[in-house]
Design a protein around this ligand. Structure first.
Ligand SMILES: Nc1ncnc2c1ncn2[C@@H]1O[C@H](COP(=O)(O)OP(=O)(O)OP(=O)(O)O)[C@@H](O)[C@H]1O
Ligand SMILES: [Mg+2]
Length: 424
């Protein structure tokens, strides 16, 4: 015989079934979907940070292919618009164009030989644009210098030698002096091939010797100026291009899968970084979709780490999307910088959204993500659109609900179905 129904408040049920049904995160912020243990699931990292539930607003999303990771992120950013939040998206597969269209913005599509240019040496309008401070330290110059070092070491595939690092720093000085304004990469390459007398004297060698120190770096950077990657980062930023829109999409699909993706990401991220922390800006989400593809690059991993660490200070919530949880440990050799940075990124992301995982994967990750035995089993069974949310110490099983309008915005199956609207 079925026992009679019993009704109780969620507060009483929480007491009656401790560790089974916890309290919700509250009703503030964006509605994500249904909490499968009851009720509506709402989430806003800024609200939760202010309420002391989270100590950082960053999020990592994991999930096998096609589980709904990008769909969740797209619709979440769309819903956040109502709350005045903006977003900058690094879109390696070119699938955020529908979201951009719905928000009335045009994705910035970068491709070699294209019409759009981003100057990675742009001073931007963020904190580093202020200029030299009283102590003679210029954060803008410092940012330009570290971008060039990252870019050169990414292109060379190794750390720079002391002589190369110095030649690059002096070339930046020469390029700035020669244009009396904001330098562009072609000027830096020219200055590497042909340094000034004063630069050579500064390091007590002659001009030919300094040019020879910087030659390998010059030859690699030349690829972005005259070689196969020209036409993206080799001139002033295209007029009218701004990061002030509600949703800014950097579409890198034209170079996804190319060996140059990392170098292009370094330039694109440097350009975004110049505009971070702009005074008066509202809360901002920075999204790196397909982050697993670029984490192995040390320069990018370092940039991500800096962005994650600065999140609170700049009012930024970072979101990075990975496939497998082991992506975090497979980005480099055991004990390597890359693995250390990836683990740091995980530690600095107090919200973890985990979609379905394979059995081997989830057993491996149990410890890294502090998963209970029940959660491990669940992750092997949940289907598309449902995820385990770990928010600080708490867990929720959430079914992400899409509206009819959102469904067409997030549909990536169209490509599989040979939809003529895509790939014409
Ligand atoms: N909550 C949901 N409800 C219904 N359908 C969904 C839901 N989430 C995603 N889908 C559908 O599943 C398909 C795959 O989703 P999506 O592209 O977001 O997966 P993904 O995890 O980002 O995949 P990939 O790893 O290939 O990038 C989409 O076409 C989308 O329409
Ligand atoms: Mg995706």
């Amino acid at each position: 015989m079925t026992p009679p129904a019993h009704r109780a408040t969620t507060a009483n049920l929480g007491g009656a079934y401790p560790f089974v049904a916890g309290s919700t995160l509250g009703k503030k912020g964006v509605v994500v979907g249904r909490d499968l243990l009851g009720g509506t699931f709402c989430y806003d990292p800024f609200q939760l940070y202010n309420a002391g539930v989270l100590t950082n607003p960053n999020m990592v999303v994991f999930g096998q292919i096609g589980r709904g990771k990008s769909s969740f992120v797209k619709s979440y950013l769309w819903r956040q618009l109502v709350f005045g939040a903006r977003s900058w998206i690094i879109d390696p597969k070119g699938e955020y164009c529908e979201l951009a269209k719905a928000c009335g913005t045009i994705p910035v599509k970068l491709h070699p030989g294209g019409n759009l240019r981003l100057n990675p040496l742009d001073p931007g309008s963020g904190e580093s644009a202020i200029g030299m401070n009283e102590a003679g330290f210029d954060p803008g110059r410092d940012r330009q210098n570290s971008l060039l070092v990252s870019l050169a070491s990414t292109c060379l595939g190794r750390q720079l030698l002391p002589g190369e690092r110095t030649a690059l720093e002096l070339a930046l000085g020469d390029a700035t002096a020669r244009c009396a304004g904001v330098p562009v990469l072609p000027l830096v390459v020219d200055a590497l091939f042909s340094p000034s007398l004063s630069s050579a004297r500064a390091v007590h060698i002659d001009r030919d010797a300094l040019a020879s120190e910087g030659r390998d770096v010059a030859l690699e950077l030349r690829r972005l100026v005259h070689g196969d990657l020209r036409g993206m980062f080799d001139a002033e930023t295209t007029r009218g291009l701004s990061l002030d829109g509600q949703v800014v999409v950097l579409d890198l699909s034209a170079v996804y899968g190319s060996d140059a993706l990392a170098a292009i990401m370094v330039c694109a991220l440097a350009w975004l970084q110049a505009f971070m922390g702009k005074p008066g800006h509202s809360k901002l989400f920075i999204v790196i979709d397909e982050a697993w593809a670029i984490m192995a690059n040390l320069s990018i991993a370092r940039w991500l780490q800096a962005s994650w660490k600065l999140a609170r200070a700049h009012g930024i919530a970072n979101m990075a999307i990975f496939h497998r949880i082991s992506d975090m440990s497979s980005v480099g050799d055991e004990g390597s910088w890359q693995v250390g940075l990836a683990q740091g990124l995980l530690a600095d992301s107090e919200t973890r959204v985990i979609y379905g995982q394979s059995p081997g994967e989830v057993n491996l990750a149990q410890q890294d993500l502090s998963l209970s035995a029940t959660e491990v089993q669940l992750l092997q069974r949940i289907g598309c659109g449902t995820a385990l949310w770990k928010v600080a110490q708490r867990s929720f099983l959430v079914r992400h609900v899409l509206s009819a309008a959102e469904r067409s915005m997030v549909n990536t199956d169209a490509r599989m179905a040979n939809d003529p609207r895509v790939y014409t």
